[in-house]
Design a protein around this ligand. Structure first.
Ligand code: GLN
Ligand code: ZN
Length: 752
């Protein structure tokens, strides 16, 4: 007899009203004390656990909580503190936040990067010059808390050692094993203390198993888990992977752990099990509810999948669970009141997903009849959406026009004749500080307390103020500031047909920053101009060029919750074609520089490299669908964040944008080093300072960054800009930083 259990791999931290964010930001502002912060966040954490208990989940995760990021938590608990913070007390909360956000003086924040192919950002641990030791057994702390406060025998979740070291930096590739070895005793201590405290399950996350590991790395994985098997007893260790098919299935399932958690949504593990079997004495965590998407599951199909998995694997224990942590989805759809019912009925956020997991568990235990109502309801909801307006016509995305009329060299001349920009032009990435007043005014307008007219006038006044500031700063290419946008994807989601937007569907992006991805429910179409009014207004205020700002098709797709029944690349083309209409509308309105942001291009890359060419082809095609039909005189810009340029060089080149700006500052110039791009002829702006921290850079620092870049990049090609949008920054620090940036540009120009 197979034992059947339900489990969750991780729960959203932020709370259904973003209480988490509010508490943390209030603490940063000095409005609440550390004690209050801890009380408030503990309350939230316990509520989250309690909710999972009430939902009847058997294995409730503990230790998935964090005050910023769980990778940072892990690093700090290992005493892995970047060198520049090593004179701080590692046990203090201020140290923790300083690493994440930047400290005083020149203590720049640690690098932040995307967690695999998600939009969750983690803080990259810096191993160099650190002496790992276990400062705190976090997993144990949270395990005991859940037990004492709520009587929950939780399942501690920890990041596995190979994944942790692979995600870290500050070491040579050849030192991977040495670093893992150094951490193993700490892991052993964590696990034995958990065993001693009575924990019966531990989830150890090794998502790197879904990436292309080398033979050496695989051997290391084998060694690590053999080692745990030799040293640890009394707990059941579940090796958890997600986001992709495990690359070396046959070897992985031989590892001496107690069970394997596999993603059956983003990985084809059923075929592997059917082909190679599954060890009879092991636990199988069947991740079948999509932890990355908000759409309701077709429970009949999922049940069938579960039955197939059970039949093929015939494991000792089967655990019904999400495909990954639910940290990637909003908390509950219950609070949504404005959504179309057909959309709302088709949704499933974290709490609803737990219900789905529970229903499937019951069905597996007691038979499908016991939950037939829930099954039918899920099937009907999906059918209703399929028959709705959202799907009623198929937009053919067959446009052939993906090539600009003339090649870059000629375009550059024609654009320059028209724009007349100085050497090393200065610009920003698009958004300018959204003050409390901006946010409050928007809220009032949303609540109906302000008319559209009043709100527009306010947005215009912000733009007016900032056009003046940018002129005073003597920036060369200005922006309107994006004051009318809460979020670069949601804004377009609100205005393109095929999308729906939620009121409270927030997910954590980095630190306390949350985003509210739109829901992509059907075929995408452009119905009316989206950005023209704001850009044209800004342009009317100045003689300098104002950039039109759009979010690109790849980013809109990646940062939306795309319904699983829609073919992704087709939808991406549809978005590209819709944006083309917007690009042409801007051009018609006299806008001569148009930036189409693609910050998500890198992050959307499949974990399996074999899938890259298809992904790149589709991404490049969609971007070009949006941008190729403009006149040669119109300058197309694009912007990307956290891209490892080397890996995606061809795609970036393929976009054929006239100017690209890339985030670099936060990876401390590493990007410049990887610049083997002497053949890259188009214009490029490598961010010269980090906008993710309030720190104002010094002229020397800016000049150093510029000079470093100019060692590799021709001065005629280089643009000077911050590394990303400025909307999260405050006004005074932004003006101060931009002032220094323009000064540094002028000083550099004098040398040429
Ligand atoms: N234009 C956007 C902004 O400045 C780009 C944001 C991003 O790269 N994530 O806010
Ligand atoms: Zn950016």
């Amino acid at each position: 007899m197979t034992t059947i259990l339900s489990s969750n791999l991780g729960y959203p931290r932020i709370g259904k009203n973003r209480e988490w964010k509010r508490a943390i930001e209030a603490y940063w502002q000095g409005d609440i004390t550390e004690k209050t912060l801890k009380e408030q966040t503990q309350k939230l954490r316990l509520q989250n656990l309690q909710k999972q208990k009430e939902q009847g989940i058997d294995l409730i995760p503990v230790g998935d909580f964090s005050l910023y990021d769980h990778v940072l938590d892990t690093a700090v608990s290992f005493n892995i503190i970047p060198k520049r913070f090593q004179d701080h007390n590692p046990a203090e909360l201020s140290t923790y936040f300083a690493i994440a956000r930047g400290g005083e003086k020149d203590a720049v924040a640690a690098e932040m990067t995307k967690w695999f192919n998600t939009n969750y950002h983690y803080i990259v641990p810096e191993l160099n010059d650190t002496k790992p030791k276990l400062l705190e057994n976090r997993a144990l702390y949270y395990y005991q808390e859940a037990k004492e406060e709520l009587g929950i025998d939780g399942k501690p979740v920890i990041i596995g050692p190979v994944t942790f070291v692979k995600l870290a930096k500050g070491y040579e590739e050849t030192e991977l094993e040495a670093w893992v070895d150094r951490l193993l005793p700490l892991y052993e201590q964590i696990l034995s203390e958990l065993a001693e405290a009575g924990a019966s399950w531990v989830q150890i996350d090794e998502p790197v198993l879904g990436t292309n590991l080398s033979e050496k790395e695989l051997k290391l994985v084998e060694k690590v888990y053999q080692n745990f098997d030799n040293k640890i007893s009394g707990i059941q260790l579940i090796l958890q992977t997600y986001f992709e098919t495990v690359q070396h299935y046959q070897r992985i399932i031989k590892l001496p752990v107690d069970g394997f958690g596999l993603d059956f949504v983003h990985g084809d593990h059923l075929s592997l099990i059917q082909k190679y079997g599954f060890p009879a004495d092991k636990v199988l965590g069947a991740g079948i509810i999509n932890g990355r998407n908000v759409w309701r599951a077709n429970l009949e199909n999922k049940f069938q999948l579960l039955a197939d998995i059970e039949e093929a694997a015939n494991p000792k224990t089967i655990i019904v669970q999400g495909s990954s942590s639910l940290v990637h989805v909003p908390v509950t759809k219950n609070t949504e009141e404005k959504l179309d019912t057909v959309v709302k009925d088709g949704l499933s956020f974290a709490d609803e997903k737990l219900t789905e997991i529970k229903v499937l568990t019951t069905a597996l235990k007691e038979g499908q009849e016991s939950v037939s109502d829930a099954f039918t309801a899920s099937v009907h909801a999906i059918e209703r959406l399929d028959q709705s307006d959202y799907r009623n016509q198929t937009v053919e995305a067959t446009a052939e026009n993906i090539k600009r009329e003339v090649p870059f060299e000629q375009r550059k001349k024609r654009q320059q004749a028209h724009l007349n920009l100085p050497l090393l032009p200065t610009t920003t990435i698009g958004s300018l500080p959204q003050t409390l007043e901006v946010k409050r005014t928007r809220t009032k307008w949303r609540k109906g307390e302000l008319t559209d007219d009043q709100y527009n006038q306010f947005v215009q006044s912000e733009t007016r103020k900032w056009i003046q500031i940018q002129e005073d700063l003597e920036l060369d290419v200005l922006v309107h500031g994006e004051f009318e946008r809460t979020d670069m994807v949601e804004y377009f989601g609100e205005k393109l047909k095929g999308f729906a937007v939620t009121e409270f569907g927030w997910v954590q992006s980095y630190g306390s920053r949350c985003v509210k991805p739109p829901l992509l429910a059907g075929n995408v179409e452009w119905e009316h101009p989206i950005t023209v009014k704001e850009i044209a207004y800004a342009q009317s205020l100045t003689d300098k060029p104002v950039k039109g700002m759009l979010t690109g098709p790849v980013t809109i797709l990646n940062w939306s919750f795309v319904h699983e029944e829609l073919p992704r690349f087709t939808v991406q083309d549809q978005i590209g074609l819709a944006l083309e209409k917007e690009v042409l509308a801007l051009e018609d309105a006299g806008v001569s520089i148009i930036q189409v942001d693609e910050p998500a291009l890198r992050e959307g890359l499949p974990l399996d490299r074999l899938k890259w060419p298809a992904y790149f082809d589709a991404a490049v095609r969609a971007f070009r669908l949006a941008t190729s039909t403009v006149k040669p005189e119109t300058q197309i810009h694009t912007h990307m964040c956290y891209s490892e340029f080397g890996e995606i060089y061809e795609a970036i080149d393929g976009l054929d944008a006239d100017v690209i700006s890339i985030e670099t500052s936060r990876s401390h110039g590493e990007m410049v080093e990887t610049f083997e791009i002497n053949d890259y002829k188009k214009d490029i702006g490598l961010g010269v300072y980090d906008i993710h921290s309030p720190r104002v850079p010094s002229i020397e620092e800016l000049e150093a960054n510029i000079n470093r870049a100019l060692e590799t990049i021709d001065v005629e090609q280089f643009w000077i800009n911050p590394d990303c949008g400025l909307k999260t920054r405050k006004e005074p620090e932004t003006i101060a930083a931009l002032k220094k940036m323009v000064e540094a540009a002028k000083l550099t120009r004098e040398k040429y």
